[in-house]
Design a protein around this ligand. Structure first.
Ligand code: B3K
Ligand code: ZN
Length: 877
């Protein structure tokens, strides 16, 4: 355990800052070994807060204090106290200037928070609390200041010097160094501060805003990588236009910059005017990135750009409000992405992600509300709950209000709170005021953790020609929240007639039937029912269309209802959901009884879906079963082996029964141009690779031949990687030869080699664990690079259930060893990696004991950082 137990921070303890900082002047003399940071802060007492005492507390960690002066007077040592976490000045005036000078050591910064070195580049990451590793400051998001930043560095090593805002001055210095000054006119919290120094190639473009201002767009990458920025640049321009059209939001500075670095703890960071990216979310060509990578790049570039309004112009009052910016920005990103490809496919992928990541989180020891009420380490709260469930809460408000009122609510939010640090409550109030709706009960979604279970059953009355839907909601208890209250949620439904036509969803008591089609019902009670009239036969209900609320739905639909919906639901998402339900039931039957077989109607229904004249990407989604993780979620005790066996059996059988169709699909789609990235081409590749997977799983010799050929062509990474993955899954000489060939071809491309590691780490073989251990000693393995660590250890623990959960506990032991080794270097990464161990209660008693033992070992031998300490203690309590 840590020597000094970290302190619990509570939302209830929030107090406005006693001091404000209006202006910040920073000067960096940059050097990887020894950087000096001078800061001049214009500080004044916050007039809105009564005086507590005369002292001022500034956060600061790992800073070597060189000089300190107040209003130009050096401070004597007895005027302040320095400790591990910061600096206290005993007596300060109402308004003053504080000058500090500190030394820091970027090259030694392995935590990748604050100022650090990535290869030859110096860069920063300040969210959430990294700025305190750069300078003494009021490191909290409700202190907004104007920044002027001067960077001084060796001209040859660091020809490019970037910071937030606009460049206002440049100078060459006589000692071989140069100097650039940047000014950011928009007040911002320090978590949005950034700087970059390095030898970088710049790709430039321009964007003319709706009000005809010209903005320079620049993407900075390592030399020779400029040609792989085209997709990121195009995505940026699309995002900028989309935000103008959809939300009336324009960009506000003269220049917008993106910098890609190889060492990054997460995806990217929205620093004002200077977004920093993990290079895997910038660099792409069809040879070095998959279609999925291309989609992620578009989404993340847009996400960070959208933060300029939702996050930067309007920021969070405190870190409990994190979802104010993250949930809202994920929602905006999802809506943007829906317009790039197909809205149904986008929604399907978002829902798959929510179910795979957020639902388990909400059902385990780390369950927390979208607005948490306490934390030890805020970095642990950048979770699927805050992000993805947070986005669902925005989506539900948009659904409840309707598009016009929602847009009015957003307009009001931007108008009222621009330049402020606000709360989720402020946002919801804007939605209420703009719509005239009462969201009082809806607010509970932000406070209550746990995924609601929604049970719906229907009854048809032929005499009255009515159909009644009974709805019950139940929210399971979560740690620290045993009693839950009913939630307000939108339930979008359709009713289908025998011939598949949409019927009017006509509620009893309404004089006229509405137009046929989707209707949003509002659920507010624990138990409620809705009566629909004018129905001369029992309709088939299409429930929770578009996944209108983030709930676990339990319905009473029969297998034939689902087959009907799979064939007829006009809603693409609804067809997919019906197929998922069918596959899930079947897979769970297979888990219980390995001899169970695939019913003939089922095979025919999927044959029909495969032959349908629909978007190939949607067909591919419809024919992809729920993942092993998702199935596990459905079981009281996760049967690791049973699920894996059922999954394989399902693949083999569907591959075998639809063999001719899969081959036909493959032949129809095989000639797609490998360099084309249109939705059509991407969809075809997805369907093609699904066909190949089914053929391979069925042990089809033709499949193997096609797979070898596809791997050999090597023109498109999506195809090559799909073939490699299938060859490796099959094992044997082909697999080894393909792995060797792949490595030889791409050893100079770290992002492609990350995939080479991940393919091996996720292979469902007995030998995989040994292979992972061997790969830890591979010359290309680097524990200092988070992408590499995630591609090997992260992929193994999170995406290889059968190997990670090996009955002897070797997978758990391997993960714990790695967490312990990584924690002193990079606690944030270590904490993320250990998450698969936390769900130990979901497994059988033997596995529970083994997983728990590893958590205990981590807590005894490590857990010195608040990041790891917080997760391990919550998991064990
Ligand atoms: N806001 C950053 C995440 C920062 C994570 C700090 N541990 C990226 C994003 O959500 O856009
Ligand atoms: Zn974000």
């Amino acid at each position: 355990m840590s020597e000094t137990s970290p302190q619990l921070i509570r939302l209830a303890d929030y107090r406005p800052p006693e001091f404000l900082i209006d202006a910040v002047e920073l000067c960096f003399e940059l050097d990887p070994e020894h950087t000096e940071v001078s800061a001049r802060l214009s500080i004044r007492r916050n007039p809105a807060v009564g005086q507590a005492n005369g002292s001022l507390r500034l956060a600061g960690e790992g800073l070597e204090l060189l000089a300190l002066a107040l209003d130009g007077q050096p401070l004597p040592p007895d005027a302040y106290r320095l400790d591990e976490q910061g600096l206290t000045l005993w007596q300060v005036p109402e308004r003053f200037r504080l000058d500090s000078r500190v030394a820091i050591h970027p090259a030694r910064n392995t935590a990748l928070e604050g100022l650090y070195q990535s290869k030859d580049i110096l860069c920063t990451q300040c969210e959430a609390e990294g700025f305190r590793r750069i300078s003494f400051f009021l490191d909290r998001p409700d202190v907004l200041a104007r920044y002027r930043t001067t960077l001084i560095a060796d001209r040859k090593r660091f020809p490019v010097l970037l910071a937030n805002g606009n460049p206002i001055e440049r100078a060459e210095l006589p000692d071989g160094r140069h100097r650039v000054t940047w000014e950011d006119p928009f007040p911002k919290p320090c978590y949005l501060f950034a700087l970059v120094a390095g030898d970088l190639e710049c790709v430039e473009d321009r964007f003319v805003t709706a009000s005809e201002r010209e903005v320079r767009l620049q993407i900075y990458v390592e030399p020779q990588k400029g040609e792989r920025c085209a997709h990121a640049m195009q995505s940026l321009k699309q995002a900028m236009r989309w935000d103008e059209v959809r939300f009336g939001r324009e960009y506000d500075l003269d220049v917008f910059m993106i910098v890609a670095v190889s060492h990054f703890n997460m995806g990217a960071m929205e620093n004002k005017g200077l977004n920093l990216f993990n290079d895997r979310y910038v660099l792409a060509s069809p040879q070095t990135a998959t279609d999925e990578d291309f989609a992620h790049i578009a989404a993340i570039v847009a996400h960070e750009y959208f933060h300029n309004w939702t996050g930067n112009r309007i920021t969070c009052r405190d870190w409990f409000q994190l979802s104010l910016k993250e949930g809202l920005t994920v929602y905006r990103e999802q809506e943007f992405a829906a317009g790039l490809f197909s809205p149904s496919v986008q929604r399907i992928r978002d829902v798959r992600f929510l179910r795979a990541q957020q639902f388990p989180e909400d059902a385990g020891p780390l369950a927390h509300p979208v607005r948490p009420d306490s934390y030890l380490e805020i970095n642990n709260f950048y979770t699927a709950t805050v992000y993805e469930k947070g986005a669902e809460l925005i989506r539900m408000q948009a659904t409840l209000l309707g598009p016009e009122s929602f847009r009015r609510g957003m307009d009001l939010y931007f108008a009222r709170h621009d330049g402020q640090a606000v709360t989720i409550e402020d946002f919801v109030r804007c939605m209420e005021e703009a719509s005239g709706r009462d969201l009082g009960q809806f607010r509970r979604w932000y406070e209550q953790a746990g995924t609601p279970e929604l049970s719906i059953w229907g009854g048809y009355d032929p005499t009255a020609q009515t159909y009644t839907l009974h709805v019950r909601q139940f929210i399971p208890p979560t740690p620290g929240q045993l009693v839950k209250h009913p939630l307000h949620l939108p339930l979008a439904i359709g009713l289908l007639g025998e011939d598949g036509r949409e019927l009017p969803v006509w509620l009893a008591g309404e004089p006229e039937p509405p137009a046929a089609g989707t209707r949003v019902l509002e659920v507010t009670e624990s138990e409620q029912h809705f009566v629909f009239v004018g129905l001369d036969a029992r309709p088939v209900p299409s429930l929770l269309r578009g996944f209108s609320a983030p709930v676990k739905l339990k319905d009473d639909l029969t297998e034939s209802d689902r087959l009907f919906l799979l064939a007829h639901d006009p809603d693409g998402f609804g067809r997919w959901e019906a197929g998922q339900g069918l596959m899930q039931d079947l897979l769970l039957r297979l888990v219980a009884d390995p001899k169970a077989s695939l019913p003939a109607e089922f095979i025919e229904a999927f044959r029909h879906a495969l032959r349908a004249k629909a978007d190939p990407a949607l067909i591919a989604e419809v024919l992809t079963p729920p993942s092993e993780e998702e199935l596990g979620e459905q079981m009281a005790v996760i049967d690791v082996e049973g699920i894996h066996r059922a999954h394989r059996l399902f693949g083999t059988e569907l591959g075998r029964h639809l063999r001719e169709d899969w081959i036909a699909v493959y032949r129809d789609n095989a000639e797609a141009d490998p360099s084309v990235l249109t939705p059509e081409a991407v969809g075809r590749r997805a369907l093609n690779n699904l066909a190949l997977a089914y053929l391979m799983r069925a042990g089809n010799p033709e499949g193997l031949e096609l797979c070898r050929m596809q791997f050999g062509k090597g023109r498109n990474l999506t195809d090559v990687l799909a073939a490699l993955r299938l060859l490796v899954e099959r094992g044997g000489d082909d697999a080894e030869a393909a792995l060797a060939e792949f490595y030889r071809r791409w050893s100079h491309e770290p992002l492609v080699i990350d995939k080479w590691f991940a393919v091996q780490a996720t292979a469902p073989h007995r030998e995989t664990l040994v292979r992972v251990v061997t790969l830890l000693h591979h010359p290309a393995y680097d524990p200092g690079n988070p992408n590499r660590v995630r591609s090997l250890i992260g992929a193994f623990a999170a995406h290889n259930p059968i190997c990670f959960h090996a009955a002897d506990g070797a997978g758990y032991c391997l993960l714990a060893d790695q967490v312990l080794q990584l924690e002193p270097l990079n606690p944030q990464l270590a904490a993320r990696l250990l998450k698969p161990l936390i769900r130990w209660r979901r497994f059988d008693p033997q596995r529970q004991a083994l997983m728990r033992a590893e958590l205990v070992r981590i807590s005894k031998q490590g857990a010195r950082s608040p990041d790891v300490f917080e997760l391990v203690s919550k998991a064990c309590s």
